[in-house]
Design a protein around this ligand. Structure first.
Ligand code: ZN
Length: 157
């Protein structure tokens, strides 16, 4: 069975919760859509981490998923981690509506993100433009405020 739909239920140690649904679109792209609430207003880094191990929170999920050994970047950059989804932006009520289509995320095959973890961060991701080492590794986005393992979702077909 080829996986075409996935779901990620995000929860944090604090008040942040959300649900993200992923869907393989035609060609080579995956849509990412959902809502995350309980955030501080403004931008928050949003990434897929390598492992699905949340036994120590997001601290045990590894780095941004990076099977091609690239530097950290923005989703539209040529050089980026596969897991780099940039930032989501919360409104004044702390809710972020996520709606993006990504050209590197895959739900099946060698680079599948099923079983890996999505993490929302405390701070904004500088997208590799921060001018220091940490920026090119992870974007200076601070700690995780919510995370969840990406699982297979029902496909009505
Ligand atoms: Zn990254």
């Amino acid at each position: 069975m080829e996986v075409t739909k996935a779901i990620c239920v995000l929860k944090g140690p604090g008040s942040v919760t959300g649900t993200i649904r992923l869907k393989a679109e035609g060609g080579h792209s995956t849509s990412v859509a959902g809502e995350i609430s309980g955030l501080t207003p403004g931008k928050h880094g949003f990434h897929v981490h390598t492992f699905g191990d949340i036994s120590k929170g997001c601290g045990s999920t590894g780095s941004h998923y990076n099977p091609c050994n690239e530097t950290h970047g923005a989703p539209q950059d040529k050089k980026r981690h596969v897991g780099d989804l940039g930032n989501i932006e919360a409104d004044e009520n702390g809710t972020a509506r996520v709606e993006m289509v990504d050209r590197l995320l895959r739900l099946a095959g060698k680079y599948s993100i099923i079983g890996r973890t999505m993490v929302v961060n405390e701070k904004e991701d500088d997208l590799g433009k921060g001018g220091n080492k940490e920026s090119l590794e992870s974007g200076n986005h601070g700690a995780g405020v919510a995370w969840g393992i990406i699982g297979i979702d029902e496909d009505p077909q």
